[in-house]
Design a protein around this ligand. Structure first.
Ligand SMILES: Cc1ncc(COP(=O)(O)O)c(C=O)c1O
Length: 374
């Protein structure tokens, strides 16, 4: 059997990693400034993470959601404390798309309504509801066509107001910072106004923090920079440092009922252990603070470089829009300087490094850009 060929692959095969370093099968060393799509939050093969997972694997890898699992309760309680959402409840699933799918479903159950507002250029994942709320017709099959979603421009409060005033909408879904689009931030005032409009029209505000959460932007969740309290928050990527896990954080006014949501694998013993290890390291190594400090430094230094038209983002979620003529920089960083970065379209480089990045590595990246564009 061949692989179903849906990914355009770099000709590189990583076989080993530690911290911010990756080695390929030929022994070439790379610096990871992308974390495999924002997934590696605490660095590759962190000792605490490896030890905790090994220990759990030797005890119990999996049992179903029909029995008690105190690791889930421990995760909910630690997650609540570290994120500042102690009064919320946690539903565990396996990926970002699944978290958003469940969030949309929950908002619809709660309000009894079927329509949602999503932002233009949004990316929420590839399952039915998530892909319908993703503004990219190329990844929607005819089966996915629905009139349940209305796209409005990011930060256009009048457009949100117009839809919500009809009373037909169950909610609004917004990324904490738009990632796949190329790093675009919702304005604080926009989020605050959306939040109050949702309250006024009995709709729910869903914050998709799948990419922007877990300390990435210098706060636990990106929306915490604007002071809003959403009704539902979704999370995945950095949550398990590579172990598949997603979560839906649900405000206390939304009540559960048996069977309303469910999953076979969600919240299994290994996934919970991975997520607990991540939170432990985030706290012990003060990674949210590190993300804020190194991110601020990187953004300030990169903003001085004339090759960039614009440098956007917060903390360690950075988009660098290239001026014309520099479109090959990302390839050169990879093949000449052995540095992994991400892209968004032809002219934006996305930085999503592990939150453990230090100033020395940040400087190495800046020097590499200077060298390649001299
Ligand atoms: C903001 C956002 N939401 C949802 C997803 C989907 O997550 P997953 O690929 O884990 O389904 C992504 C993935 O890139 C994302 O960036």
């Amino acid at each position: 059997m061949e692989l179903f060929d849906v990914y355009k692959l770099w000709p590189i095969e990583p076989v080993k990693a530690k911290g911010l370093k990756i080695w390929d099968k030929d022994g070439v060393e790379y610096t990871d400034l992308y974390g495999g799509h924002a997934v590696i939050s605490i660095g590759h093969c962190h000792e605490t993470y490896v030890n905790m997972l090994q220990e759990q694997l030797n005890k119990l890898g999996f049992y179903s959601n029909a029995v008690q699992n105190s690791l889930q309760r421990e995760l909910a309680s630690t997650f609540g404390r570290v994120s500042g959402y102690e009064d919320f409840a946690l539903f565990l699933c396996n990926s970002g798309a699944e978290a958003n799918e469940n969030a949309l479903k929950l908002a619809s159950f709660h309000t009894g309504k079927r329509k949602f507002i999503a932002m233009e250029k949004a990316f929420h994942g590839r399952t039915f509801g998530a892909v319908a709320a993703t503004d990219n017709p190329k990844i929607r099959a005819p089966f996915n066509l629905t009139d349940h979603i209305t796209f409005v421009p990011l930060n256009d409060i009048a457009a949100v107001d117009k839809c919500l005033s009809t009373g037909e909408y169950a909610g609004v879904i917004i990324e904490g910072i738009q990632g796949v689009a190329g790093i675009y931030e919702p304005e604080a005032q926009f989020l605050q106004e959306v939040s109050s409009l949702c309250k006024k029209h009995t709709a729910l505000l869903i914050l998709d923090e799948v990419q922007s959460g877990y300390g990435r932007t210098g706060k636990f969740f990106a929306h915490q920079h604007s002071g809003v309290v959403p009704d539902i928050i979704t999370t995945a990527k950095g949550m398990g440092n590579g172990f598949p896990i997603g979560g839906v954080l649900v405000a206390p006014h939304i009540k559960p009922s048996y069977g309303m949501l469910g999953t076979t694998f969600g919240g299994n013993h290994l996934a919970c252990t991975a997520a607990l290890a991540v939170l432990k390291v985030i706290e012990e190594e003060k990674l949210v603070e590190n993300s804020q400090a190194i991110g601020e430094y990187l953004i300030a230094e990169l903003s001085k470089m004339p090759i960039f038209k614009e440098v956007r983002g917060k903390g360690l979620m950075i988009g660098m829009e290239l001026n014309p003529g520099y479109e090959t920089l990302r390839d050169k960083l990879l093949f000449e300087e052995h540095m992994f970065t991400g892209g968004a379209g032809a002219n934006v480089i996305r930085l999503l490094p592990p939150l453990t990045i230090d100033k020395q590595t940040a400087d190495k990246f800046i020097d590499a850009i200077k060298k390649l564009t001299a």
